[in-house]
Design a protein around this ligand. Structure first.
Ligand code: FAD
Length: 141
């Protein structure tokens, strides 16, 4: 039983590039053991993350992440049962913001900024799909 979960959250002010690297390092260390894959995007103080894997593993991890003091306003955007993974190649991929084309953001939202709180979960998921298609996700494992 595989599920895909996506949430958005707001980083606390103390989260900087080094903290982001620490989160990614921890994710890459922990996720393979529980069979979780996914992608994390961090832009303008907003996290957007997709987690895929067994239902129980994803649920447990999401609950742990949601209680992490490094972010607030954790909002579940998508939760679905899936037949196959979309992000199987990443224990936790990272969106390369320098390769994020503003036109891609404009395609899906009113302004060229990442704001998953103001668009539907399906729109944010479509954005992730395009990021994958344009090789804008790094950290393949
Ligand atoms: P340890 O690393 O040993 O940590 C023990 C405790 O300390 C945990 O409760 C942890 O939350 C807390 N902690 C550790 N470092 C810090 C810190 N710098 N600031 C505040 N509290 C801290 N973890 C994953 O395993 N996979 C993921 O995909 C993942 N994605 C994340 C995405 C986001 C946006 C955030 C904010 C965190 C994410 N985490 C992820 C981290 C997760 O919330 C836990 O911190 C981590 O899983 C705990 O790992 P551990 O059990 O090895 O405990």
């Amino acid at each position: 039983m595989l599920v895909r979960l996506m949430y958005a959250s707001r980083a606390v002010p103390a989260v900087d590039h080094e903290e982001l690297i620490a989160i990614l390092r921890k994710s890459k260390a922990n996720n393979p053991a529980v069979g979780v894959t996914g992608v994390l995007c961090f832009s303008g103080g907003i996290f957007l993350q997709v987690l895929e894997g067994g239902r129980s593993a994803v649920n447990k991890l999401y609950n742990r992440i949601a209680s992490d003091s490094r972010h607030t306003n954790v909002e579940l955007l998508v939760y679905e049962e899936i037949g196959e993974r979309r992000f199987a190649g990443w224990s936790m991929g990272q969106v390369n913001m320098s390769r994020l084309n503003p036109a891609l953001l404009l395609k899906y939202s009113e302004r060229a900024t990442l704001d998953p709180f103001s668009v539907s979960g399906q729109v944010s998921m479509a954005l992730f799909q395009e990021l994958m298609a344009t090789a804008s996700i790094v950290g393949q494992s």
